[in-house]
Design a protein around this ligand. Structure first.
Ligand code: ADP
Length: 595
């Protein structure tokens, strides 16, 4: 394992080994030098002693006996006296001749008149064993002008070597113990170092994996590692705080986006889809938004002038249809802090209702203009004819004036109806609600309209309900609705037709129906007859003085009473118009506001 622990231990051991080897070698060398110096001093002083007590004091024949009497200052030193030729003439190793012969660098130096010391010289001893020697040789003279000799002393270096070897062994043992202790210490030290590092590593890993830090790491010391741990703890707590803040913010945004009524789609600068909220998928009529930018543009056939890198252009607005809906898309690019394009956000708005209202308004204005133009043209042309001279002929003039009068009436009716509708639209209509007994009310209506029906040879009847039918309503306006429906039945039925008024009821409503055996209304026209200005047969309606607003107003009145107005019809057979009055007194819109 290449962990820092083992590296540290290895370094520790290496360091100890180097220190011990260097210092051990130094100690051994120093010891050896000291030993050699000591031996040299011993050899030298013994040689001086032999020179004084033997060479300078006695005759050559007595050298051997005198030499044997000398006392060495250390054990194991051999003393010898050699003549000027290097032949041994007395020796402490033998009692009598033949004495051993020596060949030594030091002896040659002494023969040349110099004292000399040599160490590490290998040579045999008296028993013929090869040993290492330290030797000393000095030239000597019997007395003034006497014969020259050489005093040669030597010492077995084996003892010194033994003691040095022992020291070496001790040092090696010490090194082993030191290494062992160093290993333990290194291990403990590494452990204290790597323990917190491992904990930090684990903590960082868990942070990186998004697990957060459930518990801050323990700070065990005040050193650099302790500081690192507490810094790490601080960083982790800040990170956790920031992360939770970010995720809260993200949640908030997601909720906002999800609950927005506007659709939001965003694309990256490469055109990849980044997000699409629920409103967007709903508006685009897809289960899930998966299109990238170009697929999106193609799928909805969006103006090719919209492209991803819109540069510094502001936003672009495009309207496109999706099924029956109309969607308004606002493309706005967004940038990073350096001003480079990051992508584009598309905000979608369903403008179907708005467009419908817009279209209706346009159509309405067109209709009103058209309705007014016809009577105005008539009035204008008759007036001009009168001015040009027709006024002279009293009969024609009166005829023309009555036409002008009726056209003016028609315009007045139109304006009256429009004003009434406007009041309903603006919720300005106040109803004077009273209890109306319908049997009686419808009887009166029938009586009023009978004359018109009879003029067309039509039969207009009302079958009274077996008991009182009390509805809540504004008498004048309910009258307006009933009259409008009965008048229509008369108008849009041929001669001989039968028009029957009757009452029905269910749990909630009284139903007043007007059934005729007239021309009926085709299936396509039926749902549209309550629209403003809608007329199945424009010419006939206009000829009969209709404005095309009657049923639209009737419907508004019924709805303002909390009721309904419905139509059933079979083309060519007849029509049934039904007014639904709630049995309970309705709560009117302005009463609602007042409470
Ligand atoms: P108008 O002023 O033209 O009568 P209304 O709003 O009262 O306008 O009626 C709208 C259209 O509905 C009429 O033009 C007519 O074509 C059709 N309509 C209404 N009532 C009947 C009916 N009883 N039978 C056949 N068509 C009818």
């Amino acid at each position: 394992m290449r962990s820092i622990k083992w590296k540290l231990i290895a370094m520790y051991l290496g360091l100890v080994l180097i220190v011990m080897i260097v210092s051990g070698t130094y100690i051994l060398l120093s010891l050896r030098n000291i030993e050699i110096d000591k031996s040299r001093a011993q050899l030298e002083s013994y040689a001086e002693k032999i020179n004084e007590q033997v060479v300078e004091s006695v005759e050559e024949e007595n050298f051997q006996t005198e030499l044997m009497k000398t006392v060495t200052n250390a054990v194991g030193i051999q003393g010898n006296i050699l003549d000027a030729n290097g032949d041994t003439i007395a020796s402490t190793t033998e009692l009598k001749a033949p004495y051993p012969t020596y060949t030594d660098q030091a002896i040659i130096a002494a023969m040349n008149g110099m004292t000399s010391f040599s160490s590490g010289k290998r040579s045999t001893d008296s028993l013929g064993l090869l040993k290492e020697w330290m030797s000393y040789a000095m030239p000597a003279q019997a007395d003034e002008g006497g014969r020259s000799y050489i005093v040669y002393t030597r010492l077995d270096a084996g003892d010194m070597q033994d003691s040095l070897n022992q020291t070496t062994q001790t040092i090696v043992a010490a090194v082993a113990i030191a290494l062992f202790l160093a290993a333990i210490m290194g291990y403990v030290f590494a452990q204290t170092l790597t323990g917190p590092i491992l904990a930090l590593t684990k903590g960082a890993k868990s942070l990186a994996e998004g697990g957060g830090l459930n518990q801050s790491l323990k700070v065990r010391s005040n050193d650099e590692i302790g500081q690192l741990t507490s810094s790490f703890n601080y960083m982790a707590s800040e990170l956790t705080k920031n992360m939770s803040e970010i995720s809260r913010e993200k949640n908030r945004l997601e909720i906002l986006l999800h609950n927005m009524s506007d659709g939001v789609i965003s694309f990256s600068k490469d055109g990849d889809l980044m997000l699409a909220n629920a409103a967007a998928t709903e508006m685009l009529g897809v289960e899930e938004m998966t299109m990238d930018f170009s697929q999106f543009i193609r799928a909805y056939d969006i103006n090719s002038a919209v492209y991803l890198d819109m540069g510094n252009e502001p936003s672009k607005k495009v309207t496109f249809p999706v099924g029956k809906q109309f969607i308004n898309a606002n493309f706005s690019p967004y940038y990073d802090t350096a001003g480079r394009i990051e992508g584009v956000v598309v905000v979608l708005q369903d403008i179907t209702e708005q467009k419908k209202l817009d279209d209706m308004r346009k159509e309405f204005v067109a209709n009103v203009s058209h309705e007014l133009r016809t009577p105005l043209t008539t009035v204008k042309s008759y007036t001009e004819t009168l001015i040009e001279g027709a006024i002279e002929d009293r009969e024609i003039a009166l005829d023309f004036l009555s036409i002008i009068d009726s056209e003016a009436d028609r315009m007045a009716f139109l304006v009256r109806d429009l004003l009434q509708l406007t009041r309903f639209d603006n919720k300005q209509v106040r109803l004077d609600i009273t209890e109306i007994e319908m049997n009686e009310f419808l009887n009166i209506t029938v009586r009023q309209n009978k004359i018109h029906a009879e003029a067309k040879n039509q039969e207009l009847t009302f079958e009274p309900y077996p008991h009182d039918v009390v509805v809540y309503g504004d008498r004048d306006r309910v009258g307006q609705v009933v009259n409008n429906i009965v008048t229509n039945a008369i108008k849009y039925s041929l001669e001989q037709a039968r028009i029957r008024i009757y009452i029905g009821e269910d749990a909630q409503y009284y139903k007043i129906s007007v059934r005729d055996t007239g021309m009926g209304i085709s299936r396509e026209d039926l749902p549209r007859i309550f629209e403003r200005f809608y007329r199945v047969d424009k010419a006939r309606s206009r000829a009969m003085g209709g404005t095309g607003l009657g049923l639209a107003i009737a419907k508004e009145i019924m709805e303002s009473h909390g009721g309904r107005l419905t139509a059933e019809s079979e083309y060519g057979k007849g029509t049934v118009m039904t007014m639904w009055f709630p049995k309970e007194r309705p709560v009117l819109h302005y009463e609602e506001d007042e409470t």
